[in-house]
Structure formats: C-alpha cells, structure tokens
Design a protein around this ligand. Structure first.
Ligand SMILES: Nc1nc2c(c(=O)[nH]1)N[C@H]1C(S)=C(S)[C@@H](COP(=O)(O)OP(=O)(O)OC[C@H]3O[C@@H](n4cnc5c(N)ncnc54)[C@H](O)[C@@H]3O)O[C@H]1N2
Ligand code: MOO
Length: 411
C-alpha cells in the first residue's frame, strides 16, 4: 500500500480507478445537471416555416418600390393571420395580409412591415418606404436545420439544452447515471441526530454534510447510518454499501488510534488498499481501497477534514464518473482581507469566504481553523491552498484561491 502520497498522486490514483456510470433514459427535466450520453441531431428545421418576427403586414417587396412619405403606396388588406394559423390566400399585386408575430408568411409575400410604419385607411394600408426582399422574415431552418448536430454527447445539460430537446420533440434523453455514493460514519461516540446527547457522545454530522456534498455534486447519496468501532460491524456495513453503491465513503477511524479500524475493515471486506495518508492538512489520514470496480474512501472523522477532502478528491471523482470532462475546481486570483501567518511544513487548505467586488475577488478567513471545527465552514465558498513552507501571507496580498461555489457579487 502506498502511503504519504502527494495531492496530485492521490487524485491521479483515484481518477484512474474511476469507471463511468451506465447511461439511462430519463424524462428531459430529470436530466438537468447530467451529462448527455447520446448526440442530439435534429430531424426538423427550426423555425419549421418562414415566419414573421413582428406584428404587421406581409406584402410583396416589389410593390413597395418608389414609396415615400410624399408618395405613399396603397395596398389592400386581404386576410388576417395570427400565430398558429395559416393564410389560404396568396398575396398578389398591391395586396397585403395582416400578420402577427410567429405566424407563417403567406404565399406570394416576401417582406413584413411593422404595424407602426403603416397608415391604416379603412381596409387599406399606406406604406411610405421601399423594402428589400426578405426583410423582416425569419427563414425556415435559420435557428436549426435538418440533420444539424444540435447537442453533442458529453455536454452538461443546462436549462437551454432542455429547451432545445423540447423544441425537437424529445421527451426522454439518455444521460449517464448519477454515481451512487453510500456513506457510513464510524465511531463509538456517535449518536443519530434524533437522539439526545449523552456524556462523551456527539451527534453524527458528517453523514449529512457529505450526503449534501454528494447531492450538490450530482451524485445520489445513500445513507448507511452510524457504526461502532468494530471491524466486523464496519465490514458488514461496507458489504451492504458495496452492494448498492459505486463508491462507499466512511468517516472516522482512519488515523493511528487503537479504535482506528477502517483500513482493516476495508481489507476484511475483500478490498485492496490503494493508499493511506496524503500530504495535506486537514484530512491527512484519508484511506482509499478498491474492490472490483468499486471504490472505498475512508475520510477523517474531523468534520472540516472530511469536508475538504471530499472537495479535493470525491467531488472530481463523482463528476468524472458521471461523464463530466471538467472536474477540476476553478482557481481565481483574490485579494486577502486578513493575514494568514501560520507557516508549517505541511501543505494546507484554509477555508475562506470569497466575494466579487469592483472587478476583483476578495477573501476573508474565519477565526477558527481547526479540522474539528464545523461551525466556521458555514458561509465558506473557497479554499486557499498553502503549500508547505510558504507564508506568512498578508492582508492585501494577491493569491490564487479555489472556488467551491460562485461568489456573491457585492456592489
Ligand atoms: N497520535 C496521533 N493522533 C492523531 C493523528 C496522528 O497522526 N497521530 N492524526 C490526527 C489527525 S490529523 C486526524 S485528521 C484525526 C483523524 O482521525 P480519524 O479519521 O481516525 O477520526 P476519528 O478519530 O474517528 O474522529 C476524529 C474527530 O472527529 C469526530 N467525528 C468522527 N465522526 C464524526 C461524525 N460522523 N460526525 C461528527 N464528528 C465526528 C470524532 O468524535 C473526533 O473528535 O486523528 C488525529 N489523531
Ligand atoms: O489531517 Mo487532520 O484533519 O489535520 O486533524
């Protein structure tokens, strides 16, 4: 088993092991945030017919030649066509059809004049300027044409893609399944959240934080609950998790204590250890094992360590499994709003809150940094990576920061 691996090695080892999930057909609205597993090619033109982009009159451009405010040209209005209807008439010499936005251009007409530009005289209109052919006409297929590749497999589905599928008459679509991530919290000190506190015990928060992170990333979280520090009980829960999930995440029990039994439990469940311990703080003792195509990831029990190692390792893994090509966190340049004076021989991730103001990003650090502190994670949207031996960093200094979420825009 490899140990004390670098961040890059740990991520590479995980991503190398990562199988893509199978594709599944879902109603288009359920595909939001998923990755398309098929090419979407159009079998129709959009718009399907020449149509009016205006409320006005459809006419023949030749009839408008020579028109001016002093010498307007008079046309007979022979029909009315609202959107959704089709005129049965053909526009002939010095005729026009009243037309609404979205309606099909009647035969014979090759331009549309907006209604504000004409003068109405009974059943007739006066036009006061010449028009060029095809003016104010949305052409058939100008948006999408037959056989056009509209959305490529691998595209992340956003609201616009859902609208495109709808316009093409596609009600179901093939996407990669959400990776299923089972979550188990280990520790004799853990109570379920409904239970009253007892001396020496705490409530299990990690399962909930991690399940929320899984959901936010696009995976499906499956709760395995809480388990005491006992190899047989942990192994039994792991087997149950492996039966229903692509990845099993545990928290707690990965350090060097007498009751740190997760690695042994991974092996007891039949898995092969890939690595233990990454050169980073917090979250050093992360343990990763493989059983067939499934991965077992043991995160530290410390809430902030579990949160941060999830973002560094599990988030990219889940994204890659669901077919996302871009799974790295975005780095931006930010201006520090406090000092960070700690210099240590360990690589470190420091939680921070980043905002966007007057064209720049600004980052504040909370007062409490310990990996056991959960409260100061609230409101954080970024992580400052401090390589070993660097610093101190000072207020006003420009540094690079990882964004976990879009920053608030302040004015
Ligand atoms: N002698 C040493 N002790 C420790 C070392 C070391 O190198 N030598 N490493 C420390 C570091 S760094 C970390 S990180 C922790 C990791 O320990 P474990 O992953 O084994 O986690 P636990 O000891 O089980 O728990 C740590 C902490 O977190 C609380 N916890 C656990 N599960 C939950 C949960 N589901 N919800 C909320 N809080 C939880 C637990 O009660 C502990 O307080 O080890 C250091 N020790
Ligand atoms: O690696 Mo630990 O999470 O710093 O206390």
């Amino acid at each position: 088993m490899r140990t004390n691996v670098t961040l890059e090695e740990a991520l590479a080892l995980l991503l190398d092991e990562c199988p893509q999930t199978q594709s599944i057909h879902v109603p288009i609205l359920d595909s939001l945030g998923g990755v398309l597993a098929e090419d979407i090619v159009s079998d129709i033109n959009i718009p399907p017919f020449d149509r009016s982009p205006l409320d006005g009159y459809a006419l023949r451009s030749v009839d408008s030649q020579g028109a001016s405010p002093d010498q307007p040209i008079e046309l007979d209005v022979i029909d009315y066509v609202p959107a959704g209807s089709v005129s049965e008439k053909c526009v002939k010499d010095y005729q026009a059809v009243r037309i609404m936005t979205g309606a099909k251009i009647p035969l014979g007409a090759d331009v549309v004049i907006r209604q504000e530009e004409v003068e109405n005289v009974g059943e007739k209109i006066l036009i006061k300027a010449p028009m060029s052919t095809m003016e104010n006409i949305s052409r058939v297929g100008e948006d999408i044409h037959v056989n056009q590749m509209v959305i490529k497999a691998g595209t992340v589905i956003e609201p616009a893609e859902i609208g495109l599928m709808a316009t093409l008459g596609k009600s179901y679509v093939s996407v990669y399944m959400k990776p299923r991530v089972a979550i188990l919290s280990t520790g004799d000190e853990l109570l379920e959240i409904q239970q009253p506190l007892q001396d020496g015990k705490i409530r299990n928060s990690n399962s909930y934080t991690i399940a929320a992170q899984v959901k936010k990333t696009g995976g499906k979280a499956l709760m395995l609950g809480v388990c005491g520090d006992d190899i047989e009980s942990i192994s039994e829960k792991l087997r149950a998790g492996l039966g229903i999930a692509d990845i099993v995440i545990t928290t707690g029990g990965v350090s060097v204590g007498d009751k740190d039994l997760v690695k042994e439990s991974f092996m007891n469940a039949g898995a092969e250890m890939l690595f233990w311990k990454v050169r980073m703080k917090p979250g050093t003792p992360i343990a990763v094992a493989r059983l067939g195509k499934k991965l077992l990831i043991g995160l530290s029990g410390n809430p902030a360590a579990a949160f941060i190692t999830f973002e560094q390792f599990v988030r990219p893994l889940v994204l890659k499994m669901m077919g996302r090509e871009k799974h790295r966190l975005m780095n931006v340049e930010t201006i520090l709003e406090n000092d960070f004076s700690k210099v240590s021989n360990q690589n470190r991730f420091v939680r921070g809150t980043t905002v966007y103001r007057d064209g720049s990003f600004y980052t504040k650090f909370p007062g409490k940094h310990s990996s056991g502190v959960l409260s100061s994670l609230s409101g954080n949207n970024s992580l400052f990576y401090v390589p070993a031996g660097t610093g101190p960093y000072e207020k006003g200094q420009k540094v690079s920061i990882q964004l976990l979420d879009q920053p608030e825009v302040k004015s």
